[in-house]
Design a protein. Structure first.
Length: 389
């Protein structure tokens, strides 16, 4: 999509009225620290020196008055650097800000540039909606796997409607929708979705796809879950983790994954607490959670797609959820839905264009992309399209 919009919006931070630093460099560095858990690897990936990277962070910390990173000896994947809570929150706010600015810039460019040569929406069976742009608050999984980018690009080619997304946990995505900052939300948190609809914020709700949750942990299996894996009883596995006080990493952020985890603890009759239960809100979704779990030798709950793309098999394995992906074990179904914000509650919502996107996603082309995504790399699709849900 970058070729369509050659103008790039850049942000700088001014330090004490004297020096400006690139916010793009700073936040890209923070993103890569989350991914790799190491400032040296993050620097190398960006082509920056270790000394420059540390200087950039220290200068930002000085002017902002907060610590952004926490450096420890050792750690997963060649380093022990992680973001502090302030660093995580700052990075999250920057993501939201950057996506909203990019969306506004795209709308401006779409309105001012000559139309591109492409099949008209009418030729593709869609009403005319050229030069429209939509903003979607999405849960992390479709973003981290790359599926959402692919869907947005394919929809743009057939409709001329640009969809931009902001990656958040389901709870934050629905809150952003309440604030009138997006047209749609893509989530997987049934209780929060029902509340959202009941309060009158959602106009339409469309189930799109599903996969399953898996309980993963270190190969050493300190809780002895291998003894019960054949039973496929997830609550029993959670009981063993709690009774053995083996480390468990929780998203802790009211995301769909976190809420599912809490339901499993409740089903197990356990209230998780103590130094073995590690809550890590703001660690950049399931991939960040898996990285932290690998570092701590801990168990965690993620969806199967996140585990597959993490390439964590050398350090971790699945202990609950090993059955056929199309027939997940009890308690482990994970359904993703698209909700269009009600224009009567938020007048700025582009309801007509959002409905076109929803219809296309549930049509032959959208469902075809979903049902085959991941097969080339993983020999199985990462999601199941809900054709007849």
């Amino acid at each position: 999509m970058e070729g369509d919009f050659p103008v790039e919006f850049k942000v700088f931070l001014e330090l004490e009225g004297e020096k400006r630093i690139s916010a793009s460099n700073l936040f890209e560095l923070l993103e890569k620290i989350v991914t790799f858990g190491s400032i040296s690897r993050a620097s190398s990936q960006m082509g920056l020196s270790y000394r420059y990277s540390w200087g950039l962070i220290r200068e930002a910390e000085k002017v902002l008055g907060v610590a952004l990173v926490d450096k420890q000896v050792g750690g997963y994947a060649g380093g022990g650097t992680s973001l502090t809570k302030d660093g995580q929150e700052l990075l999250l706010q920057y993501r939201v800000f950057k996506q909203e600015v990019d969306s506004g810039l795209s709308r401006f460019l779409s309105a001012s540039r000559p139309p591109q040569k492409m099949p008209t929406p009418e030729e593709r069976g869609l009403p005319d909606a050229a030069a429209k742009n939509l903003l979607l608050a999405s849960t992390m999984e479709p973003v981290e796997t790359g599926l959402l980018d692919l869907l947005e690009q394919a929809f743009f080619r057939v409709s001329g409607i640009l969809v931009r997304h902001i990656a958040l946990g389901s709870g934050r995505a629905l809150q952003m929708a309440r604030e009138g900052r997006v047209d749609m939300a893509l989530t997987h948190a049934p209780e929060l979705e029902e509340e959202f609809i009941r309060e009158g914020w959602g106009k339409e709700k469309y189930p799109l796809m599903s996969n399953d949750y898996v309980l993963v942990g270190p190969l050493s299996d300190p809780a002895g879950l291998g003894e019960i894996v054949h039973k496929m009883v997830s609550p029993a596995a959670f009981q063993k983790i709690a009774y053995s006080r083996a480390f468990f990493v929780s998203r802790g952020d009211r995301s769909g994954t976190h809420l599912k985890e809490l339901k499993l603890w409740k089903a197990a009759g356990v209230t998780p607490a103590g130094d073995w239960y590690l809550q890590a809100p703001g660690v950049a979704g399931n991939l960040g959670t898996l990285r932290l779990a690998a570092e701590k030798g801990a168990y965690t709950l993620v969806d199967r797609a996140s585990f597959l793309i993490s390439r964590a098999e050398e350090q971790m394995t699945i202990f609950a959820g090993k059955d056929n992906q199309k027939m997940p074990g009890k308690h482990l179904k994970n359904i993703f839905v698209l909700i269009i914000v009600d224009p009567e509650r938020v007048p700025s919502v582009q309801y007509r264009e959002s409905s076109l996107f929803a219809s296309w996603l549930r049509g032959e082309e959208g469902q075809g992309i979903i049902s085959t995504f991941g097969e080339e790399n993983f020999k199985r699709p990462l999601f199941t399209a809900l054709h007849n849900f």
